[in-house]
Design a protein around this ligand. Sequence first.
Ligand SMILES: N[C@@H](CCC(=O)N[C@@H](CS)C(=O)NCC(=O)O)C(=O)O
Length: 213
Amino acid sequence: MITLYAHGSPNPHKISIALEEFGLPYKTEIVDVWNGDQFKPAFVALNPNSKVPVIVDYEAGQTIYESNAILLYLAEKTGKLFPKDSHERWKGIQLLFFQAASIGPMFGQRAHFSLFATEKPTYAVERYIKEGERLTTVMENMLANRKYFLDEYSIVDIAHFGWLWCSTHQGFTIDAYPNVKAWFDRIAARPAVQKGVTVPLPLPDFTPFKSQK
Ligand SMILES: N[C@@H](CCC(=O)N[C@@H](CS)C(=O)NCC(=O)O)C(=O)O
């Protein structure tokens, strides 16, 4: 049995989606990151960086943090949703790093400065909106004439979907990016994805933040 430590937020949703896709038995523990649960010693013992998601795979005696490392772990454990062919595999690893190093942090800062910051400094708001649009253009080009980021549906799609799902709920539209939009709708239609984004909690209601934008 696997325990997923999570909250209703983009990086944990990558893992609940993957667990649903893999059909692995799991249970969830809610870590309320809005109220500081991630800094409690018992959780810091699982992830010294105090962030969700974390999984504990009791059968294997393995604890893992960093969402894309968890995705790779689960793909390796099941032998599913990640290519075995070396060239395609390295393309996938590269895209997982790209997602973790660029999309996640930049979309995160965009949401922070545009929505959550009590003061909204114009420079920071504009910087991250511009970077968010630039990165969405990068994905638009990557997805030209492709159904998925790799030749087949994979954990790379799941990794990218988490933040795009969240950012569209935060009001950052992808309508101007037809390849990203078509890919997004294709992934969102999957039953495992529809279930995964509700586990352990759906995204919060961003309406109060959007109205102060
Ligand atoms: N690079 C990490 C980022 C994890 C992350 O930022 N998680 C957020 C929720 S989506 C969190 O725990 N935030 C609480 C905090 O920053 O204190 C990953 O991909 O797992």
